[in-house]
Design a protein around this ligand. Sequence first.
Ligand code: SAH
Ligand code: SF4
Length: 385
Amino acid sequence: MSDLTQAERERILAKAALFSPPVYVLPDGRRDLVGLDKDELAVEMAQIGEKPFRAKQLWHWIYHQGVRDFGLMSTIAKPLQEKLAERFVIGRPEVVTDLLSKDETRKFLFKFRDEQAVETVYIPDRQEDRGAVCLSSQVGCTLSCRFCHTGTQRLSRNLGAAEIVGQFMAARDAYGEWPSPKGETPRLLSTIVLMGMGEPLYNYENVAKAMKIVMDGEGIALSRRRITLSTSGVVPMMDRAGAELGVNLAISLHAVTDELRDELVPLNRKYPIRELIEACRRYPSASNARRITFEYIMLRGINDSEADARELVRLIAGLPAKVNLIPFNPWPGSAYQPSTPEALKAFAAIVMQAGYASPIRTPRGRDILAACGQLKSAMEKGAAA
Ligand code: SAH
Ligand code: SF4
């Protein structure tokens, strides 16, 4: 398209740059090693005249031990430690806000070097000594689901792999959850859910790269069974995620008719319910009985009738599935009300009778604005310091 004017070219380039994560080179020229895959790390080492096994050593220190200071890498001799420190850093997002709820849910607002910020939430398991870290995949979201606060924020940009892994690593820092020199393994931060801000399947390359780093057996080593990716239903990318990552899948369903889902989850106009459920049936974990989670926000008088529950059961028939019923968390200006406890119970009973686990997710961290996207908006309004 050589007949594009200069102005048009600049506009297109500016738009592409808007949604792309920046490459991190510090003002002093040092580069961040976090977020590089093993091959890229080996290339960095080759460029400074070091052998490939150095990449392996670094990988271990960065992702297994969680060490950020080259001077603490005891398998690397002092001169090389210094050489590395002159050229590289092992970065983390900056903690802007760190809020602990009465129920132990902990919410971080993390800022990156270009001042963009996202939320990361740690949700401890009530019964056991473990919990889930909820990671964001984008700054904002393009999809504008009607009930979602993140949907009211314009998409600023995708997160890079470094920023996605970085949220998990920074959360581990906060809990001192890196293996001790004696080799104890972390327990509290035991699972990852990609359910924070953004649509992970609209930033697939970076999300996939980050998850491959997290799953690598010589580093953080979380198994794919401990990772759940939540999508509003980007059907073509579900097949790819299934084949390449094989993590657990959660579907933000929220409605059982196209008419209503078109309104609540506008992406449904592109990928309607029938296509979405077919993609779930094709998803690899569905064939080996790892259950797919269907998320369903209970909105009073909108999607919470007993007829809706029966239709839901019909839709997912034959799929190994569980249904998470999520009480709507209202935010200032939201158009909906949470369902009544009676409606919730009746809905759950129908789903349960059909043989599906249907836990009602008690709202967590209400006192710390834990509904997705709320903390960031509060920060922008200057309400949270
Ligand atoms: N974009 C992806 C992942 C992030 S949103 C997706 O839509 O699946 C993840 C979940 O946040 C949604 O499924 C929804 O269940 C939840 N959520 C968003 N707004 C909410 C609100 N106001 N109250 C309760 N849950 C909400
Ligand atoms: Fe985006 Fe998910 Fe919120 Fe929808 S629910 S606007 S896809 S973050």
